[in-house]
Design a protein around this ligand. Sequence first.
Ligand code: GLV
Ligand code: MG
Length: 328
Amino acid sequence: MTSHASATDAAPDTPRPRRSCLAVPGSNPRFLEKAQGLDADQVFLDLEDACAPLAKSDARHTIVKFLNEGDWSGKTRVVRVNDWTTEWTYRDVVTVVEGAGQNLDCIMLPKVQTADQVVALDLLLTQIERTMGLPVGRIGIEAQIENAKGLNNVNAIAEASPRVETIIFGPADFMASINMKSLVVGEQPPGYGADAYHYILMKILMAARANDLQAIDGPYLQIKNVDGFRDVAQRAAALGFDGKWVLHPGQVEAANEVFSPSQEDFDHAELILDAYEYYTSEAGGKKGSAMLGDEMIDEASRKMALVISGKGRAAGMRRTSTFEAPEA
Ligand code: GLV
Ligand code: MG
């Protein structure tokens, strides 16, 4: 279950907000300092592609120091390790989790291709947690889908461990792996005329929803083009994705906005929940469906309203209208 109450609880029970997931190179202390002051829901300290091979070893220790000594309050704290086809993964995990496991919420595993790659990380985390006296199972896993094999296996990957919290689309590596004819990450390849990402995004979203996980869209590299970022983010949000990576302070606010419900939708959802509760009660006539203004509401409306309301509440929204039961 993708859930969490506070950064250090052993038994998470409410969804962690992940509207904006900020990438920070683990080898760059200046960026690691700055990231703490940004309004991102999640921060991930990167040991993979934003960290040069020769810098990875020092970066592990830099990350441990920043996790232990930095102020990450209000943020989900994640470290992206290198993928299992490299020689770095085990040492990334051991150094970071032994050094800062109590100040870390999830490990992000890139380029996941099979369920057993997730199982391998789960087993390694369990051993480290036991050795270090940390609560076993608290550290979650975020699985990045970045090639055709990973996408084909995405359901099994999502089911591979109770630690899995999110499935993430990695567009840059994915585009390269399928030979997509474009170098502009996240934008549509020229000459196709439809949404080239629809199948990939939907497949990831279905695997996530079927397993009660969050679905996260990856990076948009044209960092100066906030309108372009917003368009791509909106595409994922419209389908039901929970958030998107941000690479630059300018993208944070746009992501938080796009992945939060509008005030109007939030108010509407809260009204539906109150009205449905009233009409199904003794006082409201124990009805299975009822009218809210011109709109008929029923159990399915309540479920849809719960999604919007849950996202709004997680984003700290407050309702601006209240339900009034009709005069008896
Ligand atoms: C992110 O890792 C990507 O490849 O897009
Ligand atoms: Mg990648």
